[in-house]
Design a protein around this ligand. Sequence first.
Ligand SMILES: [Zn+2]
Length: 369
Amino acid sequence: MTIRDIETFFETWAPPWTAWERDVIGLQVGDHERRVRRVLVALDVTQEVVKEAIAKKADLIVSHHPLLFHPPSSITTGDELGRLLLTLAEKRMAVYSAHTNLDSVRGGVSFALAEALGLRGIEFLAPLKDTLVKIAVFVPSGHVDTIAGAMSKAGAGAIGKYDSCSFRTVGTGTFRGSEDSNPFLGQKGKLESVEETRVEMIAPRANISSILTAMKAVHPYEEVAYDVYPLQNTDPEHGMGAVGTLAKSATLRSFLKKIKATLRAEAVRYSGRLNRQVQRVAVCGGSGSDLLRDALATHADAFVTADVKYHAFHEAGDRLALIDPGHWETEHVILKPIAERLKRHARTTGEPLEVFTTNIRTNPTHFLS
Ligand SMILES: [Zn+2]
């Protein structure tokens, strides 16, 4: 398996267009065509993680947090980042990062957190909006399946667990070609009237140009008539945070204990009465307190996220228990699901690939008690 195969695997699961626009994701260090046999999955790329990757003879480190978030002005042994990059280059070890694109997908960071905490019926807390369009194209008979097929292949017509979704209506198209035209049907200079099918497909906004290119490549008309409509539908496949319910209602005290143990937290900051009941729980791995209002709107009893500011605890008040076990603590739960998916992918392709997850606690912060 090459690094490019691994990039394609991640891009299919967590498309780059779902990432925060100023994020830095993808292959950070390495050669796309190099073969990969051993992968180490980590939240952060630190000296200890690189040491572990060397000991495990890994060809690639897959990290959640990008190593090169702020591009360096020099790469020397004079600073930590330079030393890391030089070691990676010397060992021919690659680094691939899936960051905010892995926050916005099913099975991503927040879903992994929700599953780790035992939530059921997990859904997105804030589905993405304005990410979908409808493409309608007018097609002469005999070409409908080819054109719909090409559009599907380029990413149109995917709805949840279904692909190749389209709606087709037969109607009449009219046109008159100019003297310079070369019409596929009829004669130039003559008003023509032909049976056409309007093929409609939903598509991610980010894929519009590749879908139109694929459609035009197989469309027989010299001038293709098509419409692209923005949709206000929420995106069922992409969103921020997650929400679900505990199998049994628990007191906040026992839920906090469970969080502390499951997420390997040294301490947990929280607001709310310890004897309040918790069953519906919203979560967002990493810095998610911007979703507090979404958590309140879904009537969650608790919201688990990280990097929560003092004023957010005040804003939550008695309405829900706001819980901050820490940034590393709410995100390291994604490492095993990444490794499992990579292993499954390798098995289906029949390629040899060993995948390890680091056990190193890369959280630089501690509590003194
Ligand atoms: Zn993070």
